[in-house]
Design a protein around this ligand. Structure first.
Ligand code: PBG
Length: 331
């Protein structure tokens, strides 16, 4: 018999109803984490490179999060923007318990207990050189163990200030175990760890780095290749994830997301742990720029980029499109 008589795929695409019944993967506001930037100024300030995103004062951030909860977004990743004058070689401000991030978390946790709060653990918002750890003066490389000793304290302070999850984004060896131990030793057994486990040395973090002022060179490039993973490597990424499972991570993250769907997919087949993906600032900026030029249809590009990340196997996604997509999904 002629093949067209038997198999017609278009039958299952012929009506919106059947298309809906058969949709394999879904996107919902509850799958999205919204990044929120705070600074110690009264006035909000739009972030160049992240159109539609602002550095907010803590009270403004509170309103922004309240409003976003209304859109169905459940989780927020709060990033501090620290003035250059408060930065130093060691990132000392990271352990100032009166500092911006701790005050902000306390405020939000107190006022909006229904918001799930995630806080990065890394020194880059606090160091003059923009690296995620302290620099060894001799080698000019990040000093792994000295950094971990700071990060474990920072994680405890973040938990005490109200973070539900801490998210080590520094890529130092052994930090997950150190942070888990420190949290437990201080009674924070219920504070979870989202490990930036497969974090690549990507140029796509540039708008984020300009947002927090952690790099000022050409296109905000900063060489982090001695600790972040080579974009050419997938086996190494899976080994990092396996290690973080053993060390006590609760959730494993792949970052960036869009160019690393194979890593998400491979990890999905190699772990029973929940997987997060971070659609980073450069991914967002690229879509915004193309849409602004009339080259891409912005909302469709946003939705397609996110459903692809879900299809690859991510349970949830950090994305600068969170609010926009939540609004679209609500119709
Ligand atoms: C800091 C950190 C970075 C991002 C999240 N946490 C930048 C970096 O590692 O240089 C990037 C997020 C984004 O680009 O949206 N450790």
């Amino acid at each position: 018999m002629e093949i067209l008589q038997i198999r017609r795929f278009r039958r299952l695409r012929s009506h919106a109803g059947i298309r809906d019944l058969l949709q394999e993967n879904h996107l919902d506001p509850k799958h999205l984490v919204l990044p929120v930037f705070v600074h110690d100024e009264r006035e909000s300030q739009e972030i160049v490179g992240l159109p539609g995103h602002y550095r907010l004062s803590p009270p403004e951030a509170l309103n922004y999060i309240r409003d976003s909860l209304g859109l169905g977004i459940r989780a927020f990743s709060v990033f501090p923007v620290v003035p250059q004058l408060s930065k130093d070689m060691q990132g000392s401000e990271a352990l100032n318990r009166e500092g911006l991030i701790y005050r902000t978390l306390k405020l939000i946790r107190g006022q909006l207990p229904e918001a799930l709060l995630i806080a990065d653990v890394a020194l880059d918002p606090y160091t003059t050189h923009g690296h995620d750890g302290v620099l060894d003066v001799k080698t000019r490389d990040v000093d792994n163990d000295a950094t971990v000793a700071i990060l474990e304290k920072m994680a405890v302070y973040l938990a005490a200030a109200g973070a539900h999850f801490v998210a080590p984004s520094d890529m130092m060896d052994g930090r997950i175990y150190a942070i888990r131990s420190a949290l437990n030793a201080n009674g924070f057994h219920q504070t979870g760890i989202i490990s930036y486990a497969a974090k690549f040395a990507s140029c796509y973090y540039a708008p984020f780095r300009s947002a927090i002022g952690s790099a000022t060179g050409t296109a905000n490039y900063l060489d982090k290749r001695t600790y972040q993973i080579n974009p050419a490597n997938i086996r190494e990424a899976i080994r990092e994830c396996k290690q973080d499972e053993v060390e006590g991570a609760d959730i494993l993250m792949v970052k960036p997301a869009g160019h690393y769907l194979d890593v998400i997919h491979c990890l999905r087949q190699n772990t029973m742990f929940p997987i997060a993906a971070f659609q980073v600032s450069g991914e967002y900026a690229a879509i915004c720029a193309a849409a602004e030029k009339g080259l891409l249809y912005r909302s469709q590009a946003a939705m397609e980029s996110l459903i692809a990340i879900r299809r690859a196997g991510a349970d949830f996604i950090f994305t600068y499109f969170a609010r926009e997509v939540a609004e679209l999904l609500r119709g």
